[in-house]
Design a protein around this ligand. Structure first.
Ligand code: GCV
Length: 830
C-alpha cells in the first residue's frame, strides 16, 4: 500500500477489505516515537529450516510488525540478542527464563525483560506464542507480561465436509479450497492461508474431506494430492487427516466384502494405511462415519461398532495415528407411532455397551447434543457414559441449522451451555469441558473438533461476522473457561479495530444474536423448526414429524413436546447420571428452555416464567424478530468506522436477516396458532394492519398461488406470473393516512431464475430489484420458507389515492412471485 505512515492509519480505515486475512489483518496501531523506539529492533529465530513452524513464526513476526507499526525488523537466526524478539523451542533456547515448563504444544510468553521471549514446548508452541504476541500488539496491548499457556486438550481439530468434486456438504461459502473435479486442487494457496488462520487459533489437526467419504480419495493421484496438502499445512503445525468410506475394500479395492473381521479386509486397510503414511508420514489419522445415515459400516455384517473401529485403529498404531470414530449412529427409519421410540437414545444405546472395547488410539467423536446441531439441545449423555473410552466433542462452526451464515448467530454462548453443563458423574462436579480432555475419567486422549466448511469465498465462511465463530472455536479449544464475550471482543478488535463504538456495537449484536435466533426459530427445547428433509434453512415445523428421522416434536391440537422421561416416555432422561436424570425427569425442575425436549405438555401449560407455552411461542417470535431488526440500525451506526466493502456486505446480510426473521416469525406463530386454535393475547398473530396481500391487489398477468407449507405465505397465498415469459402487474390504490412509510415487499427468490421486479407510486419508480440473492444458503426451487424474503424501500412519502403498482418480469423457472406489501410507519416491525 502506497501510504506514508501519516496516511497509513487513514488508509487502513478506508481501504476496502475482502475478509481474506480474517483476524490476521494486522491493521496499523497508533504508535508514537517513544512507542516505536521501545519496540524490539530485531527478530531472532532459533530455527532456520524454512518449513519449520519456528521459521514461519519468524516470518509472521516480521510481517505482522511491518503491518502494525510500519517497521521492518531484521530476522536473524542466532540466539539471545538484546532488544530482540526471540522465538523458538525451549529446547533450542540457551538463555535463562524463569517461567514454568509448558505442556505439549504450550508456550511461554515473556515481555518483561530486555528481550521478548516466545518459547514453545515444541515448534507449534513457539508459533502459537508468536501469534499470541502479535495479537496483543494488534490490539494495542503493550503490557509487560510473563506467563505459560497450556492447551486444554491434545486434540484440537477441524473437520471439512469437502467432496471430491469440489462441492461442500453444508458449506455456505463457495466451493472447496482442497478439491476439484475428483482430485486435489492444483492451486493450494488458499489452503496455505487457511493453515495460517488455523495455527493462529492453535488448531493442530484438520480432516480435509467429507465424513460422507468417497473412496476415490484413495486413488494414487489423490494420495499424492494429500501429500501436497500436508506439505502446505506442516509449516503451520497443522496435521492433516482424512475421512474414509467404510466400504472401500469392496467399492474401491475390489474385495467381495468389507466385513471388519475378514482377514483380507484387515490387511487391505493395513496396506492402504502404509501407503498413505509413505506419502504423508505425519498424517494425524482417520475420521470414520460408519453405519450412519446410509453410510456403510460394521452393522452390515452384524459386527459391533468397536470391531469396525478397531480395524482402522490397529492399522494406524504403527504410525501413531488416531482414529476419530463418530458417535452419530442412529436409525433414521424410526416409527413415530411408538411413544417410546427416540433417536436421542441411540448414541448411548450403541456405545455404552462397547465402553472399554475400543483401542487406545480411538477417540469417539460426539456431537454436542444427542440429535444434530440444533439451536438448543441438552448435553449429549454419552459424555457421561464412556468411562474407558477417549472422547471428543463435535461442534459446528458452519451454521447448518442456525441460519447458514445468512443470519448472524454468535455460537459460543450456545456451546457453553454444553461445555459448562455439570453431568454430576458419581455425584461429583463433572462439567462436559472436563470430560472431553480426559480429565473426568482419567483418559490419555481427547478434545475437540468442529465442522467448519470454509470455501473459496474471500470471507472464508461467506460472512465476515461468522468468522467470530471460527476464531472463538479455536480459543475455546485452548481454554474453555474464557468468557465468550471476551473472546468476541478480541476478535472484534483484530477484525474491525479498537474504536469503542465499534466494539460495543458488534459485541451487543453478537451477544444478542443466538438468543434472538432461538426466539424466532425454536423455543423451549423443541429444536430448530426448519425443514429437516430439504434445506435445513427456512421454517417448516411440520417436517419434524411423521417421518423416520426422529427429530419429532409430537405437536398435535392439544400439545407439543417429546416425553423423554423414564416414568412415562422414551427413557432418555435416565441416560444421565442420577442427579441430572432426576432434574429432567421432573417437569417442575426441568428448565423452561428444555421443557419440550423432555416433556409433552398442553399448549396451555404454564412455564416457570408464568406464561403459557403457546403465549411464550408468540412472544418469543415477535421479540426475536424485533431484535434481528435492531441489528440493522446498530450496524448502520458504524457506517464511517468500517471500510465500505465489509460495511456494505454485512449490512446487506443484516437487512436480509431482518426480513427473513419475519418469515420465520409468521410461519411458526401461524402454524401453532392454526394447530392449537389459541389466540395470541396481544392479538398480533394473524393480524397485520399494515399489509396489503398481493392476491388482493388488482392483477394482470399474475395469478394467485397456494403456497406450501401454507404458513410460509401471508394468508397462505402468493401470486405468480401466469406465464414464464410475460410480465405481470399487481396494483392497488392506497387508502392510508398521508405520511412517510417504509415500504416492505415480501417475495420469493427461487433457484432457477432471476426475475426483475419494479415498484412504482403513480408515475414514479420507487425502486427495482432482482431475484438473484447470492447469500450462500441452500436455495430452494419452490415458494416456501427458504426462498421467502423481503426488500424494503425506506422513507417513502405516500398519500391516500396513490396507486402503488409492481411489475414482475419472470425469468427461467422463477415466476416473479410476490407475497405482500407492508406499508410500515417508522419504528413498526411487521
Ligand atoms: C455430513 C447431518 C447433516 C449431514 C451430515 C450429518 C453428519 O445429518 O445434515 O449433512 O453429513 O449430519 O454429521 O454426518
Amino acid at each position: 500500500m502506497l501510504c506514508t505512515f501519516l496516511l497509513y492509519l487513514l488508509c487502513a480505515i478506508v481501504a476496502a477489505e475482502n475478509g481474506s486475512q480474517g483476524w490476521l489483518r494486522y491493521a496499523p496501531v497508533s504508535c508514537e516515537k517513544a512507542c516505536q523506539d521501545a519496540l524490539p529492533s530485531s527478530v531472532v529465530v532459533l530455527n532456520n529450516n524454512e518449513t519449520s513452524p519456528v521459521y514461519v513464526a519468524g516470518q509472521e513476526l516480521q510481517r505482522g510488525i511491518q503491518r502494525i507499526f510500519n517497521k521492518t525488523l531484521p530476522v536473524n537466526y542466532g540466539d539471545c540478542a538484546a532488544s530482540s524478539i526471540i522465538v523458538g523451542t525451549l529446547g533450542d533456547y540457551n538463555c535463562t527464563h524463569n517461567t514454568p515448563e509448558p505442556d505439549e504444544d504450550g508456550f511461554v510468553l515473556n515481555t518483561t525483560g530486555d528481550t521478548v521471549q516466545l518459547l514453545g514446548q515444541n515448534q507449534r508452541g513457539a508459533l502459537y506464542a508468536a501469534f499470541e504476541y502479535l495479537s496483543m500488539l494488534a490490539q494495542g496491548n503493550f503490557s509487560r507480561v510473563a506467563y505459560t499457556s497450556n492447551p486444554h486438550a491434545p486434540i484440537r481439530w477441524v473437520n471439512e465436509w469437502d467432496n471430491m468434486d469440489g462441492s461442500i456438504e453444508r458449506g455456505y461459502a463457495g466451493p472447496s479450497i482442497f478439491f476439484a473435479n475428483g482430485t486435489v486442487a492444483e492451486d493450494l494457496t488458499r489452503a496455505r492461508d487457511y493453515a495460517r488462520l488455523l495455527a493462529s487459533i492453535r488448531i493442530n489437526g484438520i480432516i480435509v474431506n467429507n465424513v460422507n467419504a468417497n473412496a476415490t480419495l484413495l486413488e494414487a493421484r489423490n494420495i499424492d494430492g494429500l501429500r501436497r496438502i500436508a506439505d502446505v499445512f506442516r509449516p503451520y503445525g497443522v496435521q492433516i487427516g482424512i475421512s474414509l468410506n467404510f466400504a472401500s475394500p469392496q467399492d474401491f479395492g475390489g474385495l467381495d466384502t468389507f466385513d471388519s473381521l475378514n482377514p483380507s479386509v484387515v490387511s487391505w486397510w493395513e496396506n492402504v494405511t502404509n501407503q498413505i503414511y509413505q506419502r504423508v508420514p505425519d498424517l494425524a489419522g482417520y475420521l470414520v462415519k460408519a453405519s450412519s445415515e446410509g453410510q456403510p459400516g460394521p452393522l452390515t455384517y452384524n459386527r459391533t461398532l468397536a470391531e469396525g473401529a478397531n480395524v482402522f485403529a490397529r492399522a494406524l498404531q504403527p504410525h501413531d495415528g488416531i482414529l476419530m470414530f463418530r458417535a452419530f449412529v442412529y436409525d433414521n427409519n424410526l416409527n413415530e407411532s411408538s411413544w417410546t421410540a427416540d433417536r436421542a437414545n441411540a448414541a448411548v444405546d450403541y456405545f455404552k455397551p462397547l465402553d472399554g472395547e475400543f483401542e487406545e488410539n480411538v477417540i469417539v467423536q460426539i456431537k454436542y447434543g444427542p440429535i444434530d446441531f440444533q439451536v438448543r439441545e441438552p448435553a449429549s449423555p454419552l459424555f457421561a457414559n464412556l468411562n474407558r473410552t477417549n472422547v471428543a466433542i463435535e461442534l459446528q462452526v458452519t451454521q447448518e441449522y442456525l441460519g447458514q451464515q445468512c443470519h448472524l448467530v454468535y455460537l459460543p454462548p450456545l456451546w457453553k451451555t454444553v461445555l459448562d453443563f455439570d453431568l454430576q458423574v458419581d455425584g461429583k462436579v463433572s462439567p462436559v469441558r472436563d470430560v472431553i480432555p480426559g480429565k473426568t475419567f482419567n483418559r490419555p486422549l481427547g478434545g475437540w473438533t468442529a465442522v467448519v466448511n470454509v470455501g473459496t469465498n474471500t470471507t472464508w465462511l461467506g460472512s465476515h461476522l461468522a468468522m467470530s465463530n471460527l476464531y472463538a472455536y479455536g480459543r475455546l479449544a485452548w481454554d474453555p473457561i474464557v468468557d465468550s464475550e471476551d473472546i468476541l471482543q478480541d476478535w472484534i478488535r483484530l477484525t474491525f479495530g479498537s474504536d469503542q463504538h465499534v466494539l460495543d456495537t458488534i459485541t451487543e449484536m453478537s451477544m444478542a444474536s443466538w438468543p434472538a435466533y432461538e426466539n424466532y426459530t425454536g423455543n423451549l427445547g423443541e429444536q430448530t423448526l426448519t425443514d429437516i428433509i430439504y434445506t435445513h434453512y427456512g421454517p417448516n415445523p411440520a417436517s419434524q414429524d411423521n417421518n423416520g428421522w426422529g427429530q419429532w416434536t409430537r405437536a398435535d391440537r392439544q400439545g407439543i413436546g417429546m416425553d423423554r422421561t423414564v416414568n412415562n416416555g422414551t427413557g432418555y432422561s435416565g441416560q444421565y447420571p442420577a442427579e441430572v436424570a432426576q432434574l429432567y425427569e421432573d417437569i417442575d425442575t426441568t428448565p423452561d428452555d428444555l421443557l419440550l425436549w423432555f416433556h409433552h405438555v398442553n399448549y396451555t401449560y404454564r412455564l416457570h416464567s408464568g406464561k403459557t407455552v403457546i403465549q411464550h411461542f408468540y412472544d418469543a417470535h415477535y421479540d426475536g424478530a424485533e431484535t434481528a431488526h435492531s441489528f440493522v440500525d446498530m450496524w448502520e451506526s458504524l457506517r464511517d468506522k468500517i471500510d465500505q466493502e465489509r460495511y456494505n456486505d454485512v449490512l446487506a446480510r443484516l437487512i436480509y436477516q431482518a426480513g427473513h426473521s419475519i418469515v420465520w416469525r409468521d410461519a411458526i406463530t401461524n402454524f401453532y396458532h392454526n394447530l392449537s386454535g389459541i389466540p395470541d393475547e396481544m392479538q398480533r398473530v394473524g393480524h397485520h394492519p399494515w399489509r396489503i396481500e398481493a392476491e388482493s391487489m388488482t392483477l394482470s398477468g399474475y395469478e394467485p398461488y397456494a403456497v406450501y407449507p401454507f404458513e410460509t405465505a401471508s394468508n397462505a397465498t402468493a401470486i405468480i406470473t401466469s406465464s414464464n415469459s410475460t410480465a405481470g402487474m399487481a396494483s392497488t390504490t392506497l387508502s392510508i393516512p398521508s405520511g412517510t412509510y417504509n415500504l416492505a415487499i415480501n417475495y420469493y427468490d427461487l433457484h432457477g431464475g432471476e426475475s426483475l421486479w419494479t415498484v412504482y407510486r403513480n408515475d414514479d419508480q420507487i425502486g427495482q430489484w432482482t431475484g438473484d440473492t447470492k447469500l450462500g444458503h441452500i436455495p430452494s426451487t419452490y415458494l416456501d420458507g427458504h426462498s421467502a424474503t423481503r426488500v424494503t424501500f425506506r422513507d417513502i412519502d405516500l398519500r391516500p389515492g396513490d396507486v402503488l403498482w409492481i411489475v414482475g418480469e419472470p425469468d427461467g423457472t422463477e415466476p416473479a412471485p410476490l407475497d405482500y406489501v407492508a406499508l410500515l410507519p417508522g419504528g413498526v416491525v411487521d
